[in-house]
Write a protein that binds this ligand. Structure first.
Ligand code: IDC
Length: 408
């Protein structure tokens, strides 16, 4: 038998023939024909999934022998007046939580476009039309948690025209999830981020931001646990995308990434069978050619990462993108900026424009690095601005302003 919560319950315990009922707590008690019964009181009406409830009562007996007739294991449970003989299976609070999908506000991108999927090389919306995600990536959430707030995301949605937030959670660096970071705090931040994005009807990427840990296999066990938990939690969300390894590097081969992906993808699939999963590529997510030669087989809704920093990566990487696409590889630019690959240095507007042209020609989805006011060129907010939302154009960095204008 299955039920969400138990409401109309009654517990009956026989053997009280010689007792007199005294006080009782957390239920309405009665003693009749030797049967003590407990029924719900207004503050204790329903018992949630796999929950328990405590009842207390006093009965006075004239002697000890009289009290021995009572056998609490003879208690019977009645539901809506009927004796309940089977075990009742009810979902746990976590199961109920998992099913609770945040309702987006009206007129949001999510409401209009629904669940996304991959068709050929393109990301498409629920109606099967090409759909471009345009947005921004947080910096490491461990280091800049203040920017994970609803008003910041609203600013990007309403002032910038963004429909995507990427939540970058570093794994290897100091403060990272697999080094000395506090796992529970980091997960709570990711959860906040997903909740805000969902409420605002934006799409959201949960990014397992490998970098100094080079090879995704280094922290594969943690990744499996993390993505299992997240995809369970967001199984019924239409707006959550999973990026399973930001930038493999340090000589990591495509085969390593593929092996890793083939371990992690099924874990997500078990919970969220249709979610879009983004897989990193070798050399800081530049070698999409390697993935195009040997893509992951037998899985739908997989995209592959290409990252560019316009002052460093130019025609050569743009050509690689086109060639991989021509071979049928669906590409997602989950991170980029218009300065150099250090995240700093001068902006290269010419290369940035060439990249944007390509993005628009192909309708590619993207997220700009990074939502912070760090003193580096890729930070979207000016380093002298302490505000964590509602920035005016004057409060944006040179990069921030250019990206905002390009996105619109
Ligand atoms: C950079 C940040 C910088 C931080 C550093 C940590 O901008 O503030 O100190 O990481 O190692 C990437 C990475 C991304 C980098 C970014 C710029 O995905 O984490 O952020 N970048 O170097 N790939 C290419 C460039």
């Amino acid at each position: 038998m299955k039920a969400d919560t138990i409401k109309d319950w009654e517990v009956r315990i026989p053997g009280f023939e010689d007792g007199t009922l005294g006080d009782g707590w957390c239920a309405e008690f009665a003693l009749e024909d030797g049967v003590l019964s407990a029924k719900p009181v207004d503050f204790n009406t329903s018992i949630a999934g796999k929950g328990t409830t405590n009842l207390g009562f006093q009965v006075e007996f004239k002697d000890e022998a009289a009290s021995r007739k009572v056998k609490t294991d003879a208690a019977e449970v009645y539901l809506s007046g009927k004796l309940c003989e089977e075990t009742i299976e009810i979902p746990t609070a976590a199961d109920i939580e998992k099913k609770r999908v945040v309702e987006p506000e009206n007129g949001t991108p999510l409401e209009e476009h629904g669940a996304l999927s991959v068709k050929g090389v393109d990301l498409v919306d629920e109606s099967g039309k090409l759909y471009q995600l345009k947005g921004v990536s947080t910096h490491g959430i461990a280091w800049f948690p203040a920017y994970v707030n609803e008003e910041a995301f609203r600013t990007f949605r309403d002032k910038w025209g963004a429909n995507l937030i990427r939540l970058a959670m570093y794994t290897g660096e100091s403060g990272g999830y697999c080094s000395d970071g506090n796992k529970e705090d980091l997960k709570a931040l990711v959860e906040k981020g997903v909740e805000y994005a969902s409420k605002l009807g934006m799409y959201v990427i949960i990014d397992w931001h490998i970098l100094s840990d080079n090879n995704p296999k280094t922290n594969q066990d943690d990744a499996i646990l993390f993505f299992d938990e997240m995809s369970k939690k967001y199984a019924d969300y239409k707006n959550v995308l999973y990026e399973i390894c930001n930038e493999p590097n340090g000589g990591t081969k495509w085969q390593d990434i593929k092996d890793y992906a083939e371990k992690v993808i099924p874990v997500i699939r078990k919970n969220a069978p249709d979610a879009v999963i983004i897989v990193g590529t070798p050399t800081w997510s530049q070698d999409v050619d390697k993935a195009a030669e040997d893509p992951i087989e037998g899985e739908k809704n997989i995209m592959y990462t290409l990252h560019f920093y316009a002052a460093t990566h130019k025609d050569n990487l743009r050509d690689k993108l086109t060639e991989a696409r021509d071979k049928g590889l669906p590409i997602f630019i989950s991170e980029f900026s218009i300065c150099d690959a250090s995240g700093n240095g001068a902006i290269d507007y010419e290369s940035a424009n060439a990249w944007y042209q390509l993005i628009e020609d192909y309708g590619l989805s993207y997220a700009a690095w990074n939502i912070s006011n760090k003193a580096e060129s890729s930070a979207l907010i000016r380093s002298d601005c302490e505000k964590t939302s509602d920035w005016s154009d004057d409060e944006l960095s040179e990069t921030g302003l250019w990206i905002k204008n390009s996105m619109k």
